[in-house]
Every structure is written in C-alpha cells, then in structure tokens.
Design a protein around this ligand. Structure first.
Ligand code: SF4
Length: 62
C-alpha cells in the first residue's frame, strides 16, 4: 500500500503515531517521519491513523 502525508497540513501532533507506530514516528526533531509503502498487513492501523488525524493530512493511495 502507498501512504502520503501532506506535510503542509501536518502539525506533528502525533496522533497517527499512537494509532500506527509501525508506520508513523516522530523523529529526533519532533517532525513526522513515515513509511511511504508499508506492508498491506498494516492497512487497518493506517486507516485508523488517517481517521484520527485532526488535520486530515494522511492519504492512502493504494
Ligand atoms: S496525526 Fe496528522 S497532523 Fe498529526 S502528526 Fe500525524 S499526520 Fe501529522
């Protein structure tokens, strides 16, 4: 699957990190880092992360 985060919208609050820690992390500087092509087994987690993102910045493309 393919994940895209609109970094212009993202404000690094990290709700997605709680929902899908295998895909989304905050780096040492507190900015969001993520796996852009996670395994399909993680789809449920990623969908939940997209749902909880307050900025609706997470898009699942495939
Ligand atoms: S929940 Fe949304 S705004 Fe917050 S860090 Fe994740 S992608 Fe960015």
């Amino acid at each position: 699957m393919k994940v895209v985060v609109d970094m212009n919208k993202c404000q690094d609050h990290g709700q997605c990190v709680f929902s899908a820690p295998d895909v989304f992390q905050l780096d040492d500087t507190g900015r969001l880092a993520y796996v852009s092509e996670p395994d399909d087994a993680l789809r449920d987690e990623v969908e939940e992360a997209a749902d909880v993102c307050p900025l609706q910045a997470i898009r699942i493309e495939a």
